[in-house]
Design a protein around this ligand. Structure first.
Ligand code: AMP
Ligand code: MG
Length: 342
């Protein structure tokens, strides 16, 4: 199959919508990362997403809508706390886990009785959903296990020959996948942190819990509240280690590992600390006072380091507050939670 990568405009979005209506899979930009979309109500089309990604069948997809009146046909109940979050953060980078209606094929929700719903803010995503005339099931548009794509070129790297079309909408504004929030049990529980932060959720809904597995791996025999927690996502090819502690101690620890490493090592550092690493191979994550910069840069840097053949990554930790928590969750998973406190 020939994969066409085209700039998103009225004509290409109409063509992509025609593919969706015909049961095909297309990649499209959202404010979080690029998505791999299909008609959420067409089980066969949704199967094609799993095939194109190589995604395990027990990892459910998020259903994307472009109007609140689409909710009714998808979920059986929207609790009070969910409405407060919807009012505050939709359209935007937030997925709500809600009790699903029977009409949603099992393949979408991986057999669960709940479904993740998101109303993205990206105008191209909204236009595609509207023109397709159906909700769109879409995971991130990477091959399973690779970092999520934040640019159309990343999608092409992973999906060349697997899907007919990629809509290019430029780099994604947030750069990390949506916050996944379970609102089925009263207090909202953050299953995956993202651009809508626990602090923002607390303010809007009057309470929040962050699932303990956001910053630690599942133990043998433990069940994940969110199937995605089981998988080593966001993985670069390199072995990654994260260092946390006082900046001076972190820099010393990283330098001593780097200097002892055979070839192929690289450092991921906050921009304020880059100069301190001298002539070593160092990549800037962005400023320590603007965690959004690291959110936007992380996946692109992981792909770049893969392409350069980096074998070991020594990374500085970020302050896990605000969107810094989402960055640390993705870095932690990329590192298999190999985090050293110095
Ligand atoms: P992706 O679409 O690649 O961004 O991944 C979607 C994430 O949402 C995965 O981590 C899923 O495990 C999670 N997710 C989707 N649906 C549900 C659900 N019904 N319950 C819990 N987690 C879900
Ligand atoms: Mg994904």
């Amino acid at each position: 199959m020939e994969t066409q990568m085209v700039k998103a405009d009225a004509q290409s979005v109409a063509q992509a919508a025609a593919y969706i209506r015909a049961g095909e899979v297309v990649a499209f930009p959202t404010e979080t990362v690029y998505g791999l979309g299909a008609d959420a109500l067409n089980a066969q089309a949704v199967h094609r997403i799993f095939e194109a990604k190589g995604r395990p069948a027990d990892n459910p997809l998020i259903v994307h809508i472009a109007a609140l009146d689409q909710l009714d046909a998808l979920v059986t109940d929207v609790p009070e706390a969910a409405w407060r979050l919807i009012e505050a953060f939709w359209p935007g980078p937030m997925t709500l886990i809600l009790p699903k209606r029977d009409g949603i094929p099992d393949v979408v929700s991986a057999g669960l009785s709940t479904v993740g719903i998101r109303f993205p803010s990206h105008p191209v995503a909204q236009e595609l959903i509207r023109r397709s005339g159906c909700p769109i099931a879409a995971p991130s548009a990477n091959r399973s296990g690779r970092p999520s794509p934040t640019r159309a070129s990343h999608v092409l790297e992973d999906m060349q020959g697997r899907i007919p079309m990629i809509l290019d909408g430029g780099p994604c504004a947030v750069g990390l996948e949506s916050s996944v929030i379970d609102v089925t049990g009263g207090t909202p529980v953050v299953l995956r942190p993202g651009g809508v932060t626990p602090e923002m959720i607390e303010r809007a809904a009057g309470g929040v819990r962050v699932d303990e597995h956001v910053m630690k791996p599942l133990e043998e025999g433990e069940t994940a509240r969110s199937p995605g927690m089981k998988y080593r996502h966001y993985a670069p090819r390199a072995e990654m280690t994260i260092f946390t502690g006082a900046p001076d101690a972190v820099a010393r620890a990283i330098c001593s590992r780097y200097d002892a490493a055979p070839r192929g090592a690289a450092i991921l550092a906050l921009s304020e600390h880059v100069a301190g690493y001298g002539a070593r191979r160092v990549f800037s994550l962005g400023s320590l006072s603007h965690a959004q910069e690291a959110a936007g840069a992380l996946f692109d840097l992981l792909r770049e380091m893969d392409a350069l053949g980096v074998e070991r990554i020594y990374a500085e930790a970020l302050d896990p507050h605000g969107i810094g928590l989402a960055v640390m969750n993705r870095m932690g998973r990329a590192a298999g939670f190999h985090i050293i406190e110095v």
